[in-house]
Design a protein around this ligand. Sequence first.
Ligand code: AMP
Ligand code: ZN
Length: 474
Amino acid sequence: MYLYNSLSRKKELFTPNHPDVLKMYTCGPTVYHFAHIGNLRSYIMEDVLEKYLRYCGYNVKRVMNITDVGHLTSDADTGEDKMLKGARREHKTVLEIAQYYTDAFFADCDKLNIKRPDVVEPATHCVDFFIEIITRLLEKGYAYLAGGNVYFDTSKLEKYYVFNDFNAEDLDVGVRESVEEDTNKRNKNDFVLWFTKSKFEDQALKWDSPWGVGYPGWHIECTGISIKNLGEDLDIHCGGIDNAFPHHTNEIAQSESYLGHKWCNYWFHVHHLNTPEGKMSKSKGEFLTVSLLQEKGYDPMAYRFFCLQGHYRKNLVFTWENLDNAAAAYNKLIEKIAAVDPEGEVDEAVLAELRARFCKGMDADLNTSLGITSVLDALKAKASGATKLAAVADIDRVLSLNLIAAAASKREARRLAEAAEEHDPEIEAALAARAAAKKAKNFAEADRIRDELKAKGIEIIDTPQGAKWKRIEA
Ligand code: AMP
Ligand code: ZN
């Protein structure tokens, strides 16, 4: 598979480090609020990547952190602690907020068919290991103490900007974020590994450390959680494009300084979902959630389909009209699948060819839109219905659009509607007799009528509007 690597800024043929396991790490959510559908775009595309790698036969081990401490409202170590802000907003403790929004995040993932990573670790469970890493960074001279905090010294690195050619002058953090610059920093891009001098009197979560009571910075958690669970090297690291700088840049700085060698080979960055007004952001207060889409009558699968229609390295613009178009295209696809008669035998040769067509698109830097096209190709193939449906089911192991189940419910709904229109005086008389028997509490008679109809291939469906019937498919 060819995958774009943000490190080399090229598409590269993907080769894992080890033959037995492919190690994948994903930056998890900051659990101070619901995930917005932009965040979930990143997780959908990462989910497709993981599933496609599994489809190709790799044994993937995927790890994700949950940010429940240390993420300040500015990625440059300034502003308020996001978790504390959430707790204050909802008059709850930080841990209650973290649990509530972690559960909400995975509930959204379930609705969107996003698989849970093999390991999910909240940052607050790994603080001892972060302290161990920071201690080593201090011993190796990559970190320093200033004003009560521990900072990473970016001037100790030969190359700090790994993803971009920023001019250091352009990244004057204080000016950029229009907040007070941290005068403890020796270099503009130095970042906090450990805070003891909390800016907030009421900092909720604190741990003892060799540098005083405090809490870890945001970046160290991904380094720690990845190394703890996946060891000293990593195949693919994922995240939204906004994480490339400073978060991932800082992760690389501290991980490679700690380990003394290269850490991660491939960096997979998903570009943003924007509204026509600009970036979607949780901190702006009002934002779009999966629940809101559902309240407006959209199937979460229509949103997943909308995401898969676009390429992960292009920004995607969200409008209701765009979502309507995606929902219509998704429905049409389901109709087409529902119309396939599942007759005949599966032709393995044709199935292999359809699979290969799917792989051709996906191997080209995860072209999910071609992935969808290959479903249409399968439906148009000169093959038995059984072969077509086998190909659709196979491709949907990766796309996860509920294609087979949604088509089956569509068929079922159609059959019920047809049954509702069908009249048969004999069956209706039997249903009336059954209703009368039930009313007279003669359940044995009611059951007898049900069994008699069943023997004739008629199934009774009890609905709030009374009993309906349908023919049982042979
Ligand atoms: P957060 O919960 O803020 O830590 O973000 C969770 C994930 O969503 C990270 O990988 C971010 O890079 C990603 N992300 C944030 N905003 C967007 C967006 N508008 N579109 C796509 N991904 C995003
Ligand atoms: Zn991270």
